[in-house]
Write a protein that binds this ligand. Sequence first.
Ligand code: CA
Length: 228
Amino acid sequence: MNKAEVLIIEDEAQIRKLLEITLESNDFIVNQATTAKEGIVMAASHPPAIIILDLGLPDEDGQSVLKKLRQWYTHPIIILSVQNGEEDIIRALDAGANDYLTKPFRTGELVARMRSALRARPGQESNPLFSCAGLDVDFALRTVKKDNELLKLTATEYTLLALFVKNEGKVLTHHYLLREVWGPGYISQSQYLRVFIAQLRKKIEANPNRPEFLVTESGIGYRFVGKD
Ligand code: CA
């Protein structure tokens, strides 16, 4: 198995050390930058498979670093945020970050999210079929089956589910979902989203109260988890 290279852009030495130990023991090759400037140069000269970006950097706002990276870097970016930083997290996800972790984070969670981000390859939306854990989506026919039974979904339910499936593993913010499914005028209508998420869960989840496909990211949005 080829080892994936990861670039950590983080000014706190203790966190860099923790990440280095965790990721090297999980078969990643770890490169480190301590400032935004250094990180951008390293990413450009030797693009890694994935970037971990701290939003609080000494020389430049992490949001601005993210925007610069996203002008050309298409691989996953996972951001690190401080606690109660929901607004920053939402901004970063909407600006193209794939996922986030709040400090202090569990290292197992970080590795799981990195693997999930690396699995979801860009371009998989061109695949006309999705199949996972008894859930089958046919994007050409716009049909969804659960355990081989055709589900009756409304047009909006289908659009919402297809958006999640095409972004498997990625956190989608409330604003993003409302804008993509209902349109730019609806980004504050989060009650629409709650209603449709509940309806979808009733149809696709084994237990809608303990969802395994459509997971809530509290205060941020939702994530579709493709189970192996
Ligand atoms: Ca920091």
